[in-house]
Design a protein around this ligand. Structure first.
Ligand code: XMP
Length: 327
């Protein structure tokens, strides 16, 4: 039997009972696989890695070493939530690395999107590798949040920059407890493991994070304006009951300014671009018709609360022709 093939008769996990049965089965399987060894996990805070972390905490407790790399391009509150949920609530063995300065220093002056992606991806591996080396002697396994679509799309190799390229002397045996699950099943399992709804229902977030939404060469002040505006957008979408209904929604801040007038004086600040899309597979996407009052409320709040932003626009471009991200 191919361990990377979902058996034809495997039931779709939709109920808490099914999730509990899956959790019991995987806890036993992970215990069996890991024994008394240690296992390392790059914990981004996304649904997949969070569910794997919660499962492995249940299975092997402190033998799991979670590494959360904050590249400085996380959304507002995300790293704090990882620490709160995993360290404070689940008492996990969590290594938190604030690598903000390393990433932002490397990215200074770099405006080409693919170059930014490469720098972020490579530095992520470097930081994770440094942490892995510190514990390597004691670690035999590397856990990954691979899910079934990753296997289907990439022929068994997870196309994810986070842990793809560890050097040869750091080759661990893989532990991938959710690799036969689809995303909706991972969410059901996550809920049953007690993860907060905001984590379980988290919208997809690109590996390079806010780095590809702070257009052009990233500056700290513009990145901060983006983070604040994006937090307002997410909060208001949540209040309007749209979390989990609109597939992806975020703010983009370009690297040019627009003229405005604030408190009777001329302003020359950045625009904030609201992007919201619905899609099934991210290959094509449509733009939802948002409630005007909601758009107006978000606009008013961003203009009042975010220094450096003097204009808000809603991007109506479907994919194709536009991609979902701006870079
Ligand atoms: P595009 O912009 O290509 O995005 O229409 C499609 C989906 O992919 C996400 N995306 C990325 N995810 N690393 C990732 O892990 C990346 O470099 C990256 N670029 C885009 C995007 O957020 C959308 O969900």
């Amino acid at each position: 039997m191919d361990p990377n093939k979902r058996p034809d008769d495997m039931e779709r996990i939709t109920t808490p009972e099914q999730a509990r049965a899956f959790i019991d089965q995987q806890v036993a399987a992970c215990r069996e696989q890991i024994g008394d060894k240690n296992v390392l996990l790059a914990l981004s805070g996304g649904v997949d890695s969070s569910v794997v972390a919660a499962l492995l905490i249940k299975a092997v407790g402190k033998q799991l070493i979670c590494v959360h790399v904050n590249h400085g391009l996380m959304r507002k509150g995300e790293s704090e939530q990882v620490i709160d949920v995993f360290k404070n609530q689940m008492d996990a063995n969590l290594v938190y690395v604030d690598a903000t300065d390393r990433f932002l220093d490397l990215l200074a002056g770099v405006s080409e999107p693919e170059k930014k992606r490469k720098i972020i991806g490579a530095e992520f591996i470097r930081v994770f590798e440094e942490e892995a080396r510190k514990v390597a002697g004691d670690v035999s396994f590397l856990a990954q949040g691979t899910i079934y679509p990753d296997i289907l799309e990439s022929d068994g190799v997870k196309a994810h920059h986070n842990v793809g390229g560890l050097p040869d002397d750091l080759q661990f045996e893989l532990c991938e407890p959710v690799k036969l699950l689809f995303k909706d099943e991972v969410r059901v399992v996550g809920r049953e493991l007690g993860l907060p709804e905001s984590m379980v229902e988290r919208q997809p977030f690109p590996g390079p994070g806010l780095g590809v939404r702070c257009l052009g060469a990233i500056t700290r002040d513009r990145l901060e304006a983006l983070r604040e505006a994006d937090a307002i957008l997410r909060e208001e979408f949540g209040n309007a009951g749209l979390a989990g209904k609109v597939w992806q929604y975020f703010v983009v801040v370009p690297d040019f300014r627009a003229t405005g007038v604030r408190d009777g004086k001329r302003a020359y600040d950045w625009p904030a671009i609201i992007r919201a899309v619905n899609t099934v597979d991210a290959m094509t996407a449509t733009v939802p018709e948002l409630d005007w009052a909601l758009l107006k409320k978000i606009t008013d709040r961003i203009l009042a609360e975010v220094p450096g932003i003097c204009r808000v626009v809603y991007d109506l471009t479907p994919k194709p022709v536009g991609t979902i991200e701006w870079e």
